[in-house]
Design a binder for this molecule. Structure first.
Ligand code: S3P
Length: 428
């Protein structure tokens, strides 16, 4: 796909539903008793993989664009899938689903695409095995394909070495089916959509700073869910609005859960003209409208407990940092190496192709600003949706047009991304 510089970005867009919340709405709706309705569901490839997997376990799910209805009959109604559960590119689908499958009394086999086959699964399979799960896979359960023979589980106190909502959620979902109480403690608090949505489905949890506990044997009751817009998708347009000259963009209904708003803190620390307008609440998830304008930006240092609050935004923050005065340092972000691609490598290699001065470090990167990105060549998403969107935004400021390979990777989380970018773009 060929893309070129824009003169300004102006107008208003509705950000599609949050990916993390959309996955959970289908999973929890499938475990609940009764009919769950979901509005503003994200019809991206990842969330469609989740729907497909639960249909294979006998759950009736109707999906029409961003409207989904799940006819739940309770967790005991899930049935043995007759074929492989294919999670596609989705780490959230596989890791959360493993927590569910671990306690179901049937056999299942789970796999996904080439990227999933490289992503570490022991971080989830190890704690689940401590609870009594029977899971096998390549390299002793580290890599897909994985097979699960459901068994009875017992509660554990699990101290996770990484702040990860996928690990926390998998263990809590197994804990829901386990005897006794399960507690997960993290080094920093990760996104808490599982806790908020389980409460909306009537499950009791107790939370204490970086620990969450759940007692097994609780039933989920169907709920009506409105999914706020994904702040991780909005982040691309927040960065674009701040960087592209003469811009002013309104982003409607963006999720503002404090465990996800690290990007807002970073933009404000960089000096961006960002305003949060009106806010509301749905199923305990806050959301509101954001207004961003062209801004002069300064470099920042990013590390410590803000990292889990913006981990998916680091590719776009790296691009933003090329347009800020000074050296931006991102540290404590080694988790980037195990995302859809090794995002330290892919961010550095693709931004360098555009002419950026950027250095990889062991747990992050250093970006030197302010720079003119010359562009003019060919870059690739490497099959990673967030790298693809970062490059799509980069093309609006490069001097020469750029060719983006594997741009369709963006369908994983934001199928209408280029439509939205075109709608806002003023070219002459
Ligand atoms: C997610 C958690 C994060 C995030 C991913 C979605 C979730 O991953 O990067 O895009 O929905 O729970 P980790 O749990 O691996 O940090």
């Amino acid at each position: 796909m060929k893309r070129e510089k824009v003169r300004a970005l102006n107008g208003e867009i509705h950000i599609p539903g949050d990916k993390s919340i959309s996955h959970r709405s289908v999973m929890f709706g499938a475990l609940a008793k009764g009919t769950t309705t979901v509005k503003n569901f994200l019809p991206g490839a990842d969330c469609l993989s989740t729907i497909d997997c639960f249909r294979k376990m006998g759950v009736q799910i109707e999906q029409n664009g961003s409207d989904v209805v799940i006819y739940g009959k309770g967790i005991d109604s899930l049935s043995e899938p007759a074929s492989l559960l294919d999670v596609g590119n989705s780490g959230t689908t596989i890791r959360l689903m493993l927590g569910i499958l671990a306690g179901r009394p049937f056999y299942s086999a789970v796999a996904g695409d080439e990227s999933i086959a490289k992503r570490p699964m022991k971080r989830v399979t190890e704690p689940l095995k401590q609870m009594g799960a029977k899971i096998d896979g390549r390299a002793g359960g580290e890599f897909t394909p994985l097979s699960v023979s459901g068994s009875s589980l017992k509660g554990i106190d699990y101290v996770s070495p990484v702040a990860s909502a996928q690990i926390k959620s998998a263990v809590l979902l197994a804990g829901l089916q386990a005897e006794g109480t399960t507690t997960v403690t993290e080094p920093h608090k990760s996104r808490d959509h599982t806790e908020r949505m389980l409460s909306a489905f009537g499950v009791e949890l107790s939370e204490d700073q970086t620990s969450v506990s759940i007692t097994g044997g609780q039933d989920l009751t169907a709920a009506d869910i409105f999914v706020p817009g994904d702040i991780s998708s909005a982040a691309f347009f927040l960065a674009a609005g701040a960087m592209v000259p003469n811009s002013s963009i309104v982003l409607k209904n963006v999720g503002l859960n404090p465990t996800r708003t690290g990007i807002i803190d970073v933009l404000q620390n960089m000096g961006a003209k960002l305003e949060i307008k009106s806010s509301a609440d749905s199923n305990a998830e806050p959301y509101g409208d954001l207004v961003i304008e062209t801004s002069s930006l300064k470099a920042v240092e990013i590390g410590g407990d803000i990292i889990p609050r913006l981990i998916d935004e680091i590719p776009i923050i790296a691009l933003l940092a090329t347009q800020a005065e000074g050296t931006t340092v991102i540290k404590d972000a080694a988790e980037l190496k195990v995302k859809e691609t090794n995002r330290i490598d892919t961010v550095v290699s693709e931004l360098r192709k555009l002419g950026a001065e950027i250095e990889p470090t062991e747990d992050g990167m250093k970006i030197y600003g302010k720079q003119t990105l010359k562009g003019g060549g060919t870059v690739s998403s490497h099959g990673d949706h967030r790298i693809g969107m970062m490059l799509g935004i980069a093309s609006s400021i490069t001097v020469e047009p750029i060719e983006i390979e594997q741009a369709d990777a963006i369908h994983v989380s934001y199928p209408t991304f280029f439509e939205h970018l075109n709608k806002l773009s003023k070219k002459s």
